[in-house]
Ligand binder design. Sequence first.
Ligand SMILES: Cc1cc2nc3c(=O)[nH]c(=O)nc-3n(C[C@H](O)[C@H](O)[C@H](O)COP(=O)(O)OP(=O)(O)OC[C@H]3O[C@@H](n4cnc5c(N)ncnc54)[C@H](O)[C@@H]3O)c2cc1C
Length: 454
Amino acid sequence: MASNEVQVIGGGLAGSEAAWQLAERGHSVVVHEMRPVRGTAAHRTEKLGELVCSNTFKSTETTNAHGLLKAEMRQLGSLILDCADQSRVPGGSALTVDREIFSQHVHDRIHAHPRIRVSREEVTSLPDVGIIATGPLTSDALADAIRARLGVESLAFYDAIAPVVSLESIDQNIAFRASRWGKETMDGAGEEGAYLNCAFTRDEYEAFIDALTTADQFTAHEFDSVPYFEGCMPIEEMARRGRESLRFGPMKPIGLQDPRSNSRPHAVMQLRMEDRGGRMWNLVGFQTRLRIPEQARVFRMIPGLAEAEFLRFGSIHRNSYVNAPAALSSHLSLRDAPQLMFAGQITGVEGYTESSATGLLAGINLARQIDGHEPVVPPPATMMGALYRYMREADPKHFQPMNANFGLLDDLEGVAPKLLKDKAKKRELFAERALTAMAAWRDEAGIIPTAIRG
Ligand SMILES: Cc1cc2nc3c(=O)[nH]c(=O)nc-3n(C[C@H](O)[C@H](O)[C@H](O)COP(=O)(O)OP(=O)(O)OC[C@H]3O[C@@H](n4cnc5c(N)ncnc54)[C@H](O)[C@@H]3O)c2cc1C
């Protein structure tokens, strides 16, 4: 192994993007990819950049959070998006690709780059300098090495994600702010007070349990089967174990008074603030395997959530991810080793586009640091910067992986309230602000987008 080669571990979406960004900035790179020497339970080929499941990078419209993130990535020059463009198949406004053509493109571009070498081997220890982009199915030996270095609590093996809804979509004439036992209100600002409560009557609860226990569930692949343990049990599974189990579990009403009736509700669903700005609210204890349309249908039966806008849907998966707010720096490096960085799904982002975006920035930032510059992160007005802020500032005690969504962005300032009521207009304004901020940030940081085709 040449000693001046930069190490990128994992040749998936994030690792391929990161390697390309480093190589295009003049650095020699070795990508360590364990397939086919050792497979994962989801990958089927030896190709770099294999898409393990769906064939879509989601929307291209900037009024959609995923579309906005892609537009920002294009401002920096993304290999992954270029390969996606070249393998596009009809999918309306979504960037939908032929999976095989896509990974063939990524594979060929990486192999053809004169400064990139691909080494087929499982890495089992951490380098001093490099990028770890081994994804949600990181091999056990490397996972052990990460846990040994970061601390046992810092690497999760499963995600048990509860849905998140936007504050503005919660009917606050119904949902009330309080904490159990009236300890504090939101104004008291303590953790105990940071809840919105949706109270159920007996009839509402019974109807909800009926809907929950009969709703359509995602059937896991074998490799994805999660041993249910406390904190990971799907809400629908808990409900199936007895009609009252939620009322004695996550929906217990004790210590709460509904101000509308001045009495204790039959059951309560609590919402906990997910971000410091209070724009995103997590349905506490509602991790679920219900299919997405079913989540929308059933959870909108919750009093106060009839019009809920879901910023993130729930899921339960095999997923190795680092507790970034507890263990990583703001540019997603080890805190005591700024040139040893994480990228991709292992950082706690969720999704193809998000994983690629963190690979892109990791490649840029490692190149900057090796060249003697400080790492940089886009401002939180951008979707990419807002995701990084989430991974820096989310509560480490409740950290769950996150996808791009508008709830991550700061509110718009100086805009007439009438315009803010128009959701489509509001998103246009978010996008305009984000793309302007990204271009300004890129130019100020002196980042030259990689010339993609060639
Ligand atoms: C089963 C499954 C389905 C998913 N479906 C979707 C979906 O439909 N849409 C979506 O947006 N997101 C999906 N995701 C989430 C996520 O976006 C993808 O997993 C995405 O591929 C993550 O990109 P990545 O680069 O972080 O990891 P990966 O693309 O998984 O790349 C990581 C690479 O590292 C390699 N590796 C692992 N350990 C080592 C080691 N020790 N040494 C060397 N190499 C190693 C792996 O072989 C792999 O090639 C899914 C995840 C899983 C697990």
